[in-house]
Ligand binder design. Structure first.
Ligand SMILES: NC(=O)c1ccc[n+]([C@@H]2O[C@H](COP(=O)([O-])OP(=O)(O)OC[C@H]3O[C@@H](n4cnc5c(N)ncnc54)[C@H](OP(=O)(O)O)[C@@H]3O)[C@@H](O)[C@H]2O)c1
Length: 249
């Protein structure tokens, strides 16, 4: 049985490293990103993979590109055993997105952009790729969430768009676990918090993070894959942190 994983958001950061590590126990890894032609690190990983990594264009803000990506993947694969939705947005100079320190900073365009990437993105990817996950073999759909998306855990406030978009993503994840689980009994749908990881996303906010709590991408990807590799359908619909501890919704 050929095992195929797909990482959505694989141009850099955690997604890129997940592709690299998934080659250890998958025959093929499909890496999607907005601009494959500009994803240099992914291109060099592909060049070293002996044809086991393929790159497919997918912009989570463009449903047409998600549909086209799903068709392209389905043309070469009957089923996926793992789909990880990794793309995420906390700050973006070009679109004026920066985490809000207070209510007065909330801007409807920035809120919409962050929701499109962090919440609607993983949902629409699930919508178009669901046929490849509807099979009887063990499979995992994992959405990269964040502890700050936990409503029960919110003690500091702020970061309105990012927190709320991940909370919305969490609800979508739970719903997907219920609906997709009806027809794919061996599918496990998870929300995962990777911890604070040394990537472009966290770079402006690392100042107060103790060294031992700032994970390298290698360590963070390994920790997430340890959870994914031992996941069973009995755990579907759960929200796990990097160490396997459950996070309250
Ligand atoms: N790093 C952390 O400390 C941390 C903590 C908690 C949760 N997370 C979550 O972990 C995930 C990965 O984060 P990271 O740290 O690896 O972030 P990152 O290094 O900033 O990478 C973000 C990725 O998202 C992609 N992306 C952004 N907008 C996109 C769009 N419209 N369509 C497709 N792809 C898009 C980027 O692609 P381009 O290269 O095309 O821009 C890039 O591959 C995110 O969901 C994040 O919320 C991270």
């Amino acid at each position: 049985m050929e095992r195929i994983a797909l990482v959505q958001g694989a141009s850099r950061g955690l997604g890129l490293e997940l592709v690299r590590q998934l080659l250890e126990d998958h025959d093929r890894v499909v890496a999607t990103c907005r601009h494959p032609e500009r994803a240099d690190a992914l291109a060099s990983l592909r060049a070293r993979s002996a044809g086991r990594v393929s790159a497919v264009r997918l912009d989570v803000e463009d449903e047409g590109s998600i549909e086209a990506a799903a068709e392209a993947v389905a043309a070469g694969a009957e089923k996926l055993h793992l789909l990880m939705n990794v793309a995420g947005l906390l700050h973006d100079e070009a679109s004026g997105v920066r985490p809000e320190k207070k209510l007065a900073h909330c801007d409807p365009d920035a809120l919409a952009k962050v929701f499109r990437v962090n919440a609607f993105g993983p949902l629409l990817v699930a919508k178009h790729f669901a046929p490849l996950l509807r099979h009887d073999e063990p499979a995992v759909l994992a959405n990269l969430s964040a502890r700050v998306g936990s409503i029960g855990d919110d003690r500091l406030g702020g970061w309105y768009a990012y927190r709320a978009s991940k909370a919305a993503q969490n609800m979508f994840t739970k719903n997907l676990a219920i609906e997709l689980g009806r027809r794919a009994k061996n599918l496990c749908v998870l929300a995962l918090h990777p911890g604070t990881v040394d990537t472009g996303l966290s770079a402006p906010f690392q100042k107060n993070v103790p060294e031992e709590k700032l994970f390298s991408v290698e360590r963070a990807a390994g920790q997430l894959l340890a959870i994914v590799r031992r996941a069973t359908p009995a755990e579907t619909g759960r929200f796990y942190a990097w160490d396997g501890a459950e996070i309250p919704w």
